[in-house]
Design a protein around this ligand. Structure first.
Ligand SMILES: [Zn+2]
Ligand SMILES: [Zn+2]
Length: 386
C-alpha cells in the first residue's frame, strides 16, 4: 500500500542540483550538436568516466563499504574513494549508513528509500528533503575506524569536484576540448550515474522476479543489471547481502563481481564472501513453495487438503535432491583438494566419474522442480472456492 512520504524541510542544494543538472546537460548537448562538435574522444571519455565512477559506487561504496563482502588493498580503496566521490552521491559514511538502514528496515517507514512511499520517492524524491543526519554514524562503526574513509568524508566536496569535474576539464585543456570533456566526462556522466544508482532503489524494488525471497519488494531484473554494473539482481542481493556477487550464474551480467574477482588474482582483493550453494538452493525452494500457498488457500477445503499433501511430498523430494547435490559437491571438493598428488591421467578419469555423479544429482533436482511446476500448473487450473 502506498504510504505518504514524511515531509522534512526541503534540501534546496540537492533539489536544485538534481533537477537542474539533467536540464543543463541536455541544453549543453543541444549547443554541442548545433556546433557540430561530435567526436569519438568525447564518447570514449564519457564511457571511461561512467565506468570508473559507477563501479566505484557498486564495487566500492556498496559491496566493500556498506556490506563488507570482501577486503582490498589501500590502493584500490583510494580509487574507489576518489571516483566514488565524483559520482556526487555523498561520502561513503553517509551513503553506507543510509544503505544499511535500507537493508535493515526495507519497505518500512524508517527505510530512507521506501518503495511503498511511491516510485518517484524511492528514485530521487527522498533526496529532496533534509533527513535527520546520523551524525554519530552509529550504523557504521567499522567505517569510522577506517582512516581513508574518514579522510574522504572530511574532504568530500574537494575530492568530488577535483575528480568529477577538474580531471575531465584538465584532460580537455590538454587535447584542446575543455568544454566537450567537461560536458561528457563531468556533467552528462554525473546525471547518468545518478539515475543508474537511483533505478536500483526504485525500479529494482518494482519490476522483475523474486526467486530467492518474498519477504521484501526487491526484485531481480537483467536489464537493470546491464545499466548498473550488475546491481539489478536485487532480490538475490537482499536475500544474501553478505555475498560479493549479485548475479550468481557465470552468464549473469555483473561487471562489479568480475572486477572484484579479477583483482583477487592480482592479490589486490581477498576474503571474497559467497553464500553457500546449500543456502541458495534452499532459499529458491522455500520461495517457490511459498508461491503455491496463496492459490491453495483459495481452493475448496477438500481439494486444499489433498493438494497440500501432494505439495508436502513434492517438498520432501525437492529437499532430498538439494541435500544430495550439496553433499556431492562438498565430497567432490574434499576429493579435489586431497588428490592433487595423483597421476594426471588417473586424476582426469576420476574427475569424469565425479562430474557424472554431480550431473546425475543436478538432474534429480531438475525433475523435483519440474514435478513442482506441474503441480502448480494443475493447481491454477482448479476451480476456486466460492
Ligand atoms: Zn545493498
Ligand atoms: Zn534495495
Amino acid at each position: 500500500m502506498k504510504e505518504k512520504p514524511t515531509k522534512n524541510p526541503i534540501a534546496w542544494v540537492n533539489t536544485i542540483f538534481l533537477c537542474g543538472s539533467p536540464i543543463a546537460a541536455l541544453a549543453l548537448l543541444v549547443v554541442y550538436h548545433v556546433q557540430g562538435s561530435w567526436h569519438w574522444a568525447d564518447i570514449a571519455l564519457l564511457a571511461i568516466m561512467y565506468m570508473a565512477t559507477g563501479i566505484a559506487i557498486t564495487a566500492g561504496y556498496h559491496r566493500l563499504y556498506a556490506h563488507n563482502t570482501y577486503d582490498c588493498s589501500p590502493l584500490i580503496e583510494m580509487v574507489y574513494l576518489a571516483f566514488g566521490a565524483a559520482a556526487l552521491q555523498n561520502s561513503v559514511l553517509h551513503w553506507a549508513s543510509d544503505h544499511r538502514v535500507h537493508h535493515r528496515k526495507v519497505d518500512q517507514d524508517e527505510d530512507p528509500y521506501n518503495i511503498n512511499k511511491g516510485f518517484f520517492w524511492a528514485h530521487m524524491g527522498w533526496i529532496f528533503y533534509d533527513s535527520e543526519p546520523d551524525l554519530h554514524f552509529d550504523k557504521v562503526p567499522d567505517l569510522l575506524a577506517n582512516k581513508l574513509v574518514c579522510w574522504q568524508h572530511r574532504f568530500y566536496m574537494t575530492i568530488a569536484i577535483a575528480t568529477g569535474f577538474g580531471l575531465p576539464l584538465a584532460l580537455g585543456f590538454l587535447v584542446g576540448r575543455p568544454f566537450e570533456f567537461f560536458l561528457f566526462g563531468g556533467l552528462l556522466r554525473v546525471v547518468m550515474v545518478h539515475h543508474s544508482t537511483f533505478l536500483i532503489n526504485s525500479a529494482a524494488h518494482y519490476f522483475g522476479r523474486r526467486p530467492y525471497s518474498l519477504n521484501n519488494t526487491a526484485r531481480d531484473s537483467w536489464w537493470l543489471a546491464f545499466f548498473s554494473f550488475g546491481e539489478g539482481y536485487h532480490n538475490y542481493h537482499h536475500a544474501f547481502q553478505g555475498d560479493y556477487r549479485n548475479g550468481i550464474k557465470w552468464y549473469h551480467w555483473d561487471p562489479s563481481k568480475w572486477l572484484i574477482r579479477s583483482l583477487s588474482w592480482m592479490r589486490l582483493t581477498w576474503r571474497l564472501n559467497r553464500a553457500s550453494d546449500e543456502r541458495i538452493l534452499k532459499a529458491m525452494m522455500r520461495t517457490a513453495l511459498a508461491k503455491a500457498e496463496e492459490p491453495i488457500s483459495r481452493l475448496p477445503e477438500e481439494w486444499a487438503t489433498s493438494f497440500s499433501m501432494r505439495m508436502d511430498e513434492c517438498r520432501a523430494r525437492w529437499h532430498d535432491a538439494v541435500d544430495v547435490l550439496v553433499e556431492k559437491r562438498e565430497e567432490y571438493q574434499v576429493w579435489a583438494d586431497s588428490t592433487k598428488a595423483l597421476a594426471k591421467r588417473e586424476r582426469r578419469l576420476l574427475k569424469i566419474k565425479w562430474h557424472a555423479q554431480i550431473k546425475e544429482a543436478k538432474q534429480r533436482l531438475v525433475i523435483a522442480r519440474a514435478e513442482y511446476a506441474l503441480l502448480l500448473h494443475e493447481l491454477r487450473l482448479q476451480p476456486l472456492a466460492a
